[in-house]
Design a protein around this ligand. Structure first.
Ligand code: NOJ
Length: 528
């Protein structure tokens, strides 16, 4: 097996471009801003950047409503800036993964503008049009999934906001146009794609009603068996994979909507997607047994699907881990969770700012930007919280922009920022950097078998990583109390610790409150 394959052995860092770094003073991050921060990212040790959409967009869903798939929104830069970013990233050994949103487009996309003009134009059936509302389908972001268009005199279907009409993927011309998008970016040097809600492309041909069930919101009161997962998806994934395989070491990871075991098996593996997301960590409580359950499930499922697992603590759609788990500004729990991520058998995904323990911002109702937040406030405040400006330093707007940013920086930025944490050996950032560096040089951490050590001590998560010539023990004390951990017999040495030195010769150790400890022992034979 290849020693280091970037998307399996590396670390993938998600950037929400409009919030990363603003170089042109418009209050929005831009592509040149990412290029300007590449040294920081290389130093952090990440191997690839997944860029959330930067394509032209009217911002009905902040970039996930695209009005041109093969260009850069002028607010974020130009195609020339993109080429510069790719070249400068590759020079540093960093790959570029794009967010491909192919299920829907913006209602300002020329395809939709043409399609809605009348019922006879060449693109009249590129979207899903009906004379009457044909079924009970709901939009994820609230309200009916069918909207009447005055111009055309018909209803069109949209799984997300009404400004995001879904394409009719059964139309061969639509499929071809989308495959051309893939090729366009591959030719520009892109290394991989994250496929946005890819299993939503094909809806039931007969547009049947979804069965209903109990749920809080209308969308949750349905079993989504007819508005997603059409059987044609298999052949689309095969076509995408064959295009990717024309280029060396290309990769695609899918965001599976309502992921289930069956779907992961169906859409991934040989000839299909290289990887899928598992989102169980995002919803897990701060309890070792919950994380163990999530890991065990993903270990088994990814083995059955013949894919390499990956792990995600957060993304642009959910509250950040520090917001979910930390107590106030204390990073103890955030470090525990980060250590777990970086010692898993699976590709770690980091979301920008996680490495400095950024917290979500809270907004007043009038400041909310995100469509579901606007619709459902205060029950659902939307996703703006986790999209605030990257906190670079203690200057105005957290060093993100000289102008008022599109979302305010978190008020904690004066203390919590990259510059301050680079200067502090005990910071979240230094902790993350050290563990990333360790993972990169240690094959057992990247590839070794994962063996949970259950019932070691309550509130302690302990597991082994078993490599060809090394055994690593990871101990994470989730509790704020000291805990006694019985060690498997071996002469362990310390691989990583913030507060210990030397060898461990006892059969038992007392873990400090919230301690992260990695021990290692050389083995001559696997499983010795
Ligand atoms: C999933 C994306 O992660 C989310 O941000 C977006 O709103 C929807 N897909 C629609 O594209």
């Amino acid at each position: 097996m290849q020693d280091f394959l970037w998307w399996r052995d590396g670390i993938i860092y998600q950037i929400y471009p409009r919030s990363f770094y603003d170089t042109n003073g418009n209050g929005l991050g831009d592509l040149a801003g990412i290029t300007a921060r590449l040294d920081y990212l290389a130093d952090l040790g990440v191997d690839a950047l997944w860029l959330s959409p930067f394509y032209p967009t009217p911002d009905a869903d902040f970039g996930y409503d695209i009005s041109d798939h093969v260009d850069v929104d002028t607010r974020f830069g130009s195609l020339a800036d993109f080429d510069t970013l790719v070249e400068a990233s590759h020079r540093r050994g960093i790959r570029i993964v794009l967010d491909l949103v192919l299920n829907h487009v913006s209602d300002q996309h020329p395809w939709f503008i043409e399609s809605r003009a009348n019922q006879t134009n060449p693109k009249h059936d590129w979207f899903i049009w009906q004379d009457q509302i044909p079924n009970n389908w709901e939009s994820v972001f609230g309200g009916k999934a069918w909207t009447y268009d005055e111009e055309r005199g018909q209803y069109y279907y949209h799984m997300f906001v009404k400004e995001q009409p879904d394409l009719n993927w059964r139309k061969p011309e639509v499929r071809k146009a989308q495959m051309d998008v893939l090729r366009f970016w591959l030719e520009r040097g892109v290394d991989g794609f994250r496929l946005d809600v890819y299993n939503v492309y094909f809806k039931d041909e007969k547009l049947r009603n979804n069965p209903t069930k109990w749920g809080r919101r209308a969308f949750e009161r349905q079993d989504h068996i007819y508005d997603i997962d059409g059987p044609e998806m298999g052949s689309v994934l095969e076509e995408m994979r064959s295009i990717l395989d024309e280029y060396p070491e290309r990769y695609a990871v899918g965001e599976t909507f309502f992921a289930t075991r069956e779907k992961i098996l169906k859409y991934n593996g040989a000839g299909k997607l290289h990887a899928a997301f598992d989102f169980r960590f995002l919803w897990s409580k701060y309890k070792p047994e919950k994380f163990f359950k999530a890991i065990q499930n993903w270990e088994n499922l990814s083995a059955d699907a013949d894919i390499y697992p990956n792990y995600v603590l957060s993304n642009h759609d959910v509250p950040r881990p520090a917001t979910r788990y930390a107590k106030g500004e204390d990073d103890a729990r955030t470090k525990i969770i980060m250590a777990m991520l970086l010692t898993m058998r699976g590709t770690p995904f980091l979301y920008y700012g996680e490495e400095i323990g950024m917290r979500d911002i809270s907004l007043k109702r009038s400041e909310i930007m995100d469509p579901p937040g606007k619709k459902y406030w205060p029950f659902n405040k939307g996703r703006d919280g986790c999209r605030s400006p990257m906190q670079w330093d203690s200057s105005d707007n957290a060093g993100f922009s000289v102008e008022k940013p599109w979302l305010p920086a978190h008020p904690n930025f004066k203390e919590r920022n990259v510059a301050a944490q680079l200067d502090d050996e005990s910071s979240m950032l230094q902790f993350t950097r050290k563990l990333i560096a360790l993972r990169k040089e240690n094959q057992t951490l990247r590839r070794g078998e994962f063996i949970p050590l259950k019932d070691t001590a309550s509130e302690v998560m302990a597991y082994l990583r078993l490599g060809d010539d090394e055994k690593i023990l990871v101990a994470l004390n989730f509790s704020k109390k000291k805990k006694t951990l019985t060690l498997p017999k071996a002469s362990w040495s310390i691989l990583f610790s913030e507060n210990r030195e030397g060898d461990i010769n006892q059969d038992e150790i007392i873990l400090f409150p919230n301690e992260v400890l990695l021990l290692s022992v050389k083995v001559t034979q696997k499983r010795s």
